[in-house]
Design a protein. Structure first.
Length: 317
């Protein structure tokens, strides 16, 4: 275990485990995270004729994610474009990452971010919102459609949405690397007597493609694939809502749970679940997430346990 874990953390009596997926069970830095950057660069160029620096997009996304309300990668891509556009239009030269930091002090979701951007009254903002058609879902939203085409590739995009993809892409999902070992998942079942649950922002189809037969180790009835909810335009289960955790714990019949995740919204989900009377602990997994050192520092300041690799949890339970 990494130093800086919460000294009073006790995992005695844990009888159920909930896992985030992206950055925890699967390395998505060359898939989802890269899709955010590529979507941001392409659409910013389409809107302004200018080139965005991918390092700026990474910094913006990192700051937005720390608010706990940007688990949805469509939201992260949209937020980066929106703030880059406002920054480009302002005469005072305020950088987009500075705008992101100013917004994060207020906090809020993508709708609050739109309100924040509109407060600067820059020209062309309403046209940007119309062009991106976001918040929205494929195939109607330009932003969400481009993102999913880049992520899934043209064939799976057509399968999912019944339309041709807006770009001819192989699909960055093929870049993903599974981090969790089958032997560890077997140990979880043997040790706890029940299968763990997934609470993930991805769709079931995306989980199926990447995790394959490893999904058999999870309790599907207790799991929530938030991406499927969001494809239907619903956000009830979106992190940091505790609804998915409540559903999982109720179905599993667990008394005391552990949630393993890699983000601020995962920690906020756990805090929200505790406020509803659930007995749940959190461990941060930081070795394979975007800006992992920054995330680890955030977790340390929050006083929570941190491991570099999800398979190390075996040593704690």
């Amino acid at each position: 275990m990494r130093r800086g874990m919460r000294s009073e953390l006790s995992l005695n009596g844990i009888d159920g485990i909930l896992f985030d997926c992206d950055g925890t069970l699967v390395d998505v830095r060359a898939s989802y995270d890269l899709c955010i950057i590529e979507t941001g660069k392409r659409l910013f160029s389409e809107l302004t004729g200018k080139q965005a620096d991918e390092r700026d997009i990474e910094r913006i996304v990192s700051v937005l994610r720390r608010t706990g309300y940007f688990n949805n990668d469509w939201d992260s891509a949209f937020g980066s474009i929106l703030l880059l556009f406002v920054s480009d239009a302002l005469l005072n030269g305020k950088k987009a990452v500075e705008l992101a930091a100013a917004f994060s002090e207020r906090g809020g979701d993508v709708f609050r971010l739109i309100e924040f951007a509109c407060s600067f009254q820059v020209d062309g903002l309403s046209e940007l919102l119309d062009y991106l058609a976001y918040p929205g879902t494929p195939p109607h939203s330009r932003l969400a459609s481009l993102f999913d085409a880049l992520y899934y590739g043209k064939n799976i995009y057509r399968e999912m949405y019944g339309e041709e993809a807006p770009v001819n892409a192989r699909g960055m999902i093929t870049n993903e690397r599974v981090l969790v070992d089958a032997s560890f998942l077997q140990w979880v079942f043997a040790h706890l007597g029940r299968r763990p649950a997934l609470i993930t922002g991805r769709t079931f189809r995306a989980a199926q493609i990447t995790l394959g037969e490893l999904l058999n180790f999870f309790d599907m009835e207790a799991s929530t694939f938030i991406g499927d909810e969001e494809k239907r335009g619903e956000r009830r289960y979106s992190k940091p809502s505790a609804l998915a955790a409540e559903k999982a714990i109720r179905h599993m019949g667990a008394g005391r749970c552990l949630f393993a995740g890699d983000s601020a919204e995962d920690l906020m989900l756990v805090k929200n679940a505790r406020s509803k009377g659930l007995d749940i602990e959190f461990v941060g997994v930081t070795g394979h997430t975007l800006n992992g050192e920054s995330v680890e520092e955030f977790f340390r300041k929050e006083g929570v346990a941190v491991v570099r690799d999800v398979n190390e949890l075996r040593e704690l339970i």
